[in-house]
Design a binder for this molecule. Sequence first.
Ligand SMILES: Cc1cc2nc3c(=O)[nH]c(=O)nc-3n(C[C@H](O)[C@H](O)[C@H](O)COP(=O)(O)OP(=O)(O)OC[C@H]3O[C@@H](n4cnc5c(N)ncnc54)[C@H](O)[C@@H]3O)c2cc1C
Length: 465
Amino acid sequence: MDVIVVGAGPAGLMLAHELALGGAEVVVVERLTERVEQTKGGAIQPRTAELLDARGLLDPIMERVHARPVIGGHFAGLPVELDCTPWNTRNPYPIGIPQWRIEEVLEEAATARGARVLRGHEVTAVAQDANGVTVSAGTEFRAKYLVACDGAHSTVRKLLDLPFPGRSGTFKAVLVDVRLSSVSDLVPKAAGHMSALTREVENHWGMLVPIGGDKYRFTFGKLDEPETPETDDAVRQALVALYGETTTLAEVLTRSRFGDSTRQLEQYRHGRVLFAGDAAHVHSPLGGQGLNLGVQDAINLGWKLAATVAGWAPEGLLDSYHAERHPKAARVLHHTSAQRVLATPKPSEDVRALREIFTDLLSLPDTNRTIAGMMSGLDDETRVQDFDLVTADGPTRPAELLRSGRGVLVDLTGSVRLPEEWVDRVDLVHGKASQDFDAILLRPDGAVCWRGEGPLEPALRATFG
Ligand SMILES: Cc1cc2nc3c(=O)[nH]c(=O)nc-3n(C[C@H](O)[C@H](O)[C@H](O)COP(=O)(O)OP(=O)(O)OC[C@H]3O[C@@H](n4cnc5c(N)ncnc54)[C@H](O)[C@@H]3O)c2cc1C
């Protein structure tokens, strides 16, 4: 076995897909016997959509989106839509879809590529030595590497006794999927911009989002209650307080609680054990970032770890995972902290003043573009926007060319040659497109590692060994 992935959440399943695509033998061990059909993370950000497209996974996700409102994202729930159109992307709006549906697509894709997902296996012990990692999870598993994708309360993190520095949460709120037997006029009829969905009445705050038929995702908390219980009674009380007597609960389908603690591992790699997703970083869910970060961690790590076990990874490639991804999550921790201040329920006069100033700033095109780039992930410096390319075999685009999971060298001049040494890891594609470069080298995860400036070979060697 090459890699054991712990946890079949979005990060673990995406990673399993990437490892299998890269030719690694991978098993995912998951403690739950079946997937919980809970909405939880409800939005795919535009940069993640681009990356999923580069794996052919965006189409099956879009097929599962029941109604797709074209609504921009938000910053701190302020009443200004973030506009990603200046970033030239094919999907400039967050895609609303329940998290379990995304997991369903990722699991199907990972297993189709040969990854095994073993449910009902809870990891209880981990030991690593010079050659590999042994895991107890009902039975014993051994592999060359282990990646912990086991979520915010990561067992692997605790078993390795790793510090998880940061700040504790200030509240524990409730997230339930419910069925409602009747609804008042206050209940939204369709998903909408966050600013139009949130409500505050006396000490209650919350948000009902329709997810199809009589089903809703209900997030709520109480200001005078740092730990809101997730009982049916608490759900009923919050529904009535926020949406009136005529909004009645039929059934609680799934229930969980969440907080706003802000923490990040100092190192994502500990010998042969690596961390991705919520196991590596947690923060307030404001702005819909966590699932996206985890999926992007997995896409960054997958090909590097597959290259390492296959033996062709250049020196330092695996460690570049921490170097590249740690700052991305640190940035999200930073801006979700700022959002937490602005979005606090029952704001003070000072916070209200801050909100007004931020709302005005977000209405300016330049500021909106900057914050939209940050929240969507489109301001990633390694990103090249997808473009139409005309080749001898017909029209295509980089996102399609990347689906092989190999590097892609796109040449717009017709004169670039790919040295023999790399033909098994990189595809050379000649074509015509109107771009501000003559040639571009993309890593398997779509990141640009050469823009046609300077010699090609050092770039190939640094990335592809
Ligand atoms: C209210 C709310 C709204 C959110 N909205 C968004 C959003 O719109 N967009 C967004 O990007 N993010 C959102 N998030 C965040 C998102 O849900 C998480 O960041 C995401 O689930 C993290 O994925 P993960 O794969 O890292 O971990 P998880 O989804 O937590 O998966 C971890 C898996 O590991 C398994 N596991 C745990 N311990 C063990 C063990 N010992 N052995 C074996 N298996 C184990 C668990 O059962 C689980 O299946 C939201 C979160 C909340 C609470």
